[in-house]
Design a protein around this ligand. Structure first.
Ligand code: PLP
Length: 391
């Protein structure tokens, strides 16, 4: 029989992608599924972005671009990072535009991890970080976070995890699935930790535009001493409702970015030309759209949290950022997988079981509120009817 590479031994298929496939299959067979399992904004991509990409297509902008990205977008990213994030990079040497944040993350991890190396991943975490480490023959080591301190990361959790193979720490702020937003004291502790053990920080800021109650997103690379060891990853999927466009970027110090560029050159060459033109419009002409989406997410967050809090055995802290409610279901006596399965089988509502997000995730389920109010209201009704049975 054919042989596949050893690296797949530790890698599962994406649990959230599998859920999406289940939803599509059920819908084809006529079931009216209310899907809260995904991470996809239901908003249309803002009009200036679409118009710019269409005009790029019509004007023949349909060929390879420089591997790093088109100069206009590199400049727009560098300007944005300077103004909004306090991150200062040279657009010519410190940024790579990638086809998706996922690709930027994979490139970042490949840039710093050799086979056998370790990367610390605070969990519960987005499912792809440990999988990507596995695909590279490296190992993700979980730093388990807890609800008692709001899923904050601290030296207390980190210090015992370092070995002579530890090369990097992944930080995701605002965090998927917990909704935690990094605070300054936490950020300072993380940077001190990375400096002490000479680690690279790989920081995924894809939810930066989605922070609530006047909180301010803080970029780790803006802290003193951090820039020289931080790779910042971001993307257009969430902030600008551009999941299908596949556009993101990686920014950091030249010695790391120059190596990362080799990954890009020898794999994808570049992000799609007209998509990059749309990206320039997203960064420069969508402030009103982004503000309107945040306002709507805030309403949906409050609807979702109060619906969850009304269920017997369920509690839910209001997320500080991103668009997920991470509900504590321990009071129901069900495992997260059993809870999610019952919701699917008995109410046709899909949620992601906390167990999919690694150590610390059991006892929770993640509900995305990047769905319309109508879908959220429908799901709330179905859940309260079902909960009457387990109460
Ligand atoms: N990072 C996190 C934390 C995410 O939740 C997601 C999407 O689900 C991504 C990265 C991937 O974004 P992209 O669509 O740009 O690949």
């Amino acid at each position: 029989s054919v042989r596949v590479a050893q690296r797949f031994a530790s890698v599962e298929r994406s649990a959230t992608v599998a859920l999406l496939e289940t939803v599509q299959r059920l819908r084809r067979s006529g079931v009216e599924v209310l899907d809260l399992s995904g991470g996809e904004p239901d908003f249309p991509t803002p009009e200036p972005v679409v118009a710019e990409a269409v005009s790029a297509l019509e004007s023949g902008d349909t060929h390879y671009t420089p591997s790093r990205g088109v100069p206009e977008l590199l400049r727009a990213v560098a300007d944005k990072l300077a103004v909004e994030n306090g991150i200062h990079v040279d657009p010519a040497t410190g940024v790579i535009v990638t086809p998706s944040a996922k690709q930027a993350l994979f490139t970042a991890l490949m840039t710093v991890l050799d086979p056998g190396d370790e990367v610390i991943v605070p969990t519960p975490a987005w499912v792809s970080y440990p999988a990507m480490a596995g695909l590279l023959g490296a190992r993700a080591v979980s730093a388990e976070l807890g609800a008692e301190d709001g899923f904050r990361l601290s030296r207390r959790v980190l210090d015992g995890l370092v070995t002579d193979r530890t090369r990097a720490l992944v930080v995701n702020t605002p965090a998927n699935p917990t909704g935690h937003v990094l605070d300054r004291e936490e950020a300072e502790e993380i940077v001190a930790f990375a400096v002490e053990y000479d680690l690279v920080l790989i920081v995924d800021e894809i939810y930066e535009k989605i922070v609530y109650d006047g909180r301010v997103h803080l970029s780790l690379a803006s802290l003193p001493g951090a820039a020289e060891r931080t790779l910042t990853v971001n993307g257009f999927s969430k902030a600008y409702a551009m999941t299908g466009w596949r556009l993101g970027y990686l920014a950091g110090p030249e010695p790391l970015i120059s190596q990362a560029l080799k990954v890009q050159e020898h794999t994808v060459s570049c992000a799609a030309s007209f998509v990059q033109r749309g990206g320039v419009a997203a960064l420069t002409r969508t402030a009103d759209d982004v503000a309107a989406m945040l306002k709507e997410y805030t309403v949906r967050r409050d609807m979702t949290v109060s619906a969850l809090e009304a269920l017997p055995g369920v509690t839910c802290a209001s997320p500080e950022g991103a668009f997920y409610a991470f509900a504590d279901i321990r009071g129901t006596g069900l495992t997260s997988a059993a809870f999610a399965q019952r919701l699917l089988d008995e109410a046709a509502v899909t949620v992601a079981p906390g167990s999919a997000f690694g150590p610390g995730g059991e006892g929770y389920v993640r509900l995305s509120f990047a769905a319309s109010r109508e879908v959220l209201r429908g799901a709330a009704e179905r859940l309260s009817r079902l909960a009457a049975q387990w109460a």
